[in-house]
Design a protein around this ligand. Structure first.
Ligand SMILES: [Zn+2]
Length: 494
């Protein structure tokens, strides 16, 4: 692994040369010899390892996607085919002499058991997280000790990109679960020696428990899911608490809706915290790493700063799978360069990015690493209900989320779909449930919601209903569910 200090100042040409070299080696020495899934996939497409010399050659390779990982009747444990599985014969055949010599030397000086231990430390799964989502079976992603070292390294880099001081104390309120977000923060703390308190989030300690912990710790950094962090701060404001110790808020696991940073800064100001930095981050289970924005006084959406020695991102047209010209919108495709255990390659993330990848140096921090535009629609946040047919029109629910989350008069919301009179043969009905900010007029807000939905989504809700904040929080399961229930499809399945 290259030094991060050097990497973040490399020119684009130097990065490209490095990636060409790393990619070529990764395909020849790891992926094709050890990955059952990709060996077969490449064979089926007539791709040989020597075809892959540069990053530009990637586009000759087939894309893979989440569907490939899901169990089938014949292969109930399909995820295992994505785990790198080296054996002595495959190593002998695939590795060049200069990579085998150290192993031979070790076998000669320390014995065969020492060599086996070394291979285990690089490849044997010792940790796992799962993809989230309610409809599909969760898919496990394994990490070897080598991958855990990478998780330490990306933790250090996240801290560096966000400019967090090592003496800062971290309150991690991500839900305690085998999900990347929680563990990336945990390992960042381990790697940097920062004091991190992981409360497990609202479901484990409740928001009052979390707030008590944050004030007692005098946390400098608050890290969690946007909706829950906002909920916590609102509760603290209602109770006139002192959260003046907080300097940074890091949001992850879900899209940061536009307007959310401003709302968080305003609440924290009420709570005594001044000059707060709010960061969005981007990561997903299959990448087994996360990326962050860098700090600016105005909390700009600076884009997610990438690690060119650990992964390559491409942007493709989601319909054709073809790479789009630089700076164009499209779907992010992920290729790791240093992964062991569970490994995906040229993998469609399902996440759509507006503005694509940026290669010019960051105007804020000057780092030269590529950045993914912060304007990202997460497939993972709404996997189950992303595109729904409502009243015969396809509706992207993420658009609804952005519209409602961006309205300053809306505190919390939920969208419910039913059949009229609960009759399966009747038409669809959409109800928008709202909890309003104090002092906002319900009728005026209802009219604005109808109007906005009509003009932006060509769909008018049948009902707009109002609830008190507490009943709304119960309705969306703010402190009882792993994920807030923002969309409820109560239509009978036909
Ligand atoms: Zn930057």
């Amino acid at each position: 692994m290259s030094s991060w200090q050097r990497l973040q100042r490399m020119t684009r040409e130097e990065q490209r040369d490095m990636q060409d070299h790393l990619l070529q080696r990764y395909v020849r020495e790891q992926l094709i010899p050890f990955s059952p899934f990709y060996r077969e996939l490449f064979k089926a497409h007539g791709v040989r390892p020597e075809h892959i010399k540069t990053v530009a050659d990637l586009r000759r390779l087939p894309l893979s996607q989440k569907r490939d990982l899901l169990p089938t009747a014949e292969t109930p444990q399909r995820f295992k085919q994505f785990v790198l599985q080296p054996d002595a014969a495959a190593i002998r055949a695939a590795w060049p002499l200069q990579k085998k010599l150290p192993l031979l030397w070790q076998k000669w000086t320390q014995g065969a058991e020492a060599v086996r231990a070394r291979i285990r430390a690089e490849y044997a799964p010792c940790f796992m997280t799962f993809t989230t989502g309610r409809s599909a079976e969760p898919v496990p992603f394994f990490y070897s000790p080598h991958d855990i070292q990478n998780l330490h390294e990306t933790g250090r880099r996240l801290v560096d990109v966000m400019g967090l001081e090592t003496e800062y104390r971290i309150a991690n309120v991500f839900p305690y679960a085998p999900h990347l977000a929680f563990w990336q923060v945990f390992f960042a703390g381990q790697a940097t020696g920062m004091m991190a308190l992981s409360t497990g989030g609202g479901k484990v300690m409740g928001s009052s428990g979390d707030l008590r912990a944050i004030t007692r710790l005098k946390a400098d950094v608050l890290i969690g899911v946007p909706g829950y962090v906002y909920h916590l701060l609102r509760r603290a404001a209602a109770e006139h608490m002192d959260l003046s110790s907080i300097r940074c808020v890091v949001l992850g696991a879900e899209r940061v809706p536009p307007g959310m940073k401003t709302k968080i800064v305003a609440l924290l100001q009420e709570l005594g915290a001044k000059d707060v930095r709010v960061f969005g981050t981007y990561g997903f289970t299959e990448a087994r790493m996360a990326f962050a924005e860098c700090p600016t006084p105005g909390n700009d959406y600076t884009g997610y700063h990438l690690y060119p020695d650990l992964a390559i991102f491409e942007v493709v047209d989601p319909r054709t799978g073809e790479v789009v010209p630089e700076g164009h919108d499209g779907e992010l495709v992920f290729t790791p360069l240093n992964a062991r255990a569970s490994t995906v390659f040229r993998y469609r993330t399902g996440d759509l990015v507006r503005g694509g990848l940026r290669h010019e140096p960051c105007p804020h921090c000057g780092r030269t690493v590529p950045r993914i535009s912060s304007d990202l629609t997460r497939e993972s946040s709404l996997k189950d209900l992303q595109l729904l047919k409502v009243k015969g029109t396809l509706v992207n629910l993420e658009d609804c989320a952005v519209l409602l989350g961006g309205m300053p008069e809306v505190e919390e919301w939920q969208i419910e779909l039913r059949k009229k009179d609960d009759d399966p043969l009747e038409v669809d009905e959409m109800t928008v449930h709202l909890a309003l900010r104090e002092g906002c007029a319900p009728e005026a807000t209802a009219a604005r919601v109808r109007e906005t939905f009509h003009t932006r989504l060509e769909l008018t809700p049948n009902h707009v209903e109002f609830l008190g904040l507490e009943s709304m929080l119960r309705r969306i399961g703010m402190e009882t569910e792993m994920k807030e229930r923002r969309f409820v499809d109560a239509r009978p399945k036909s």
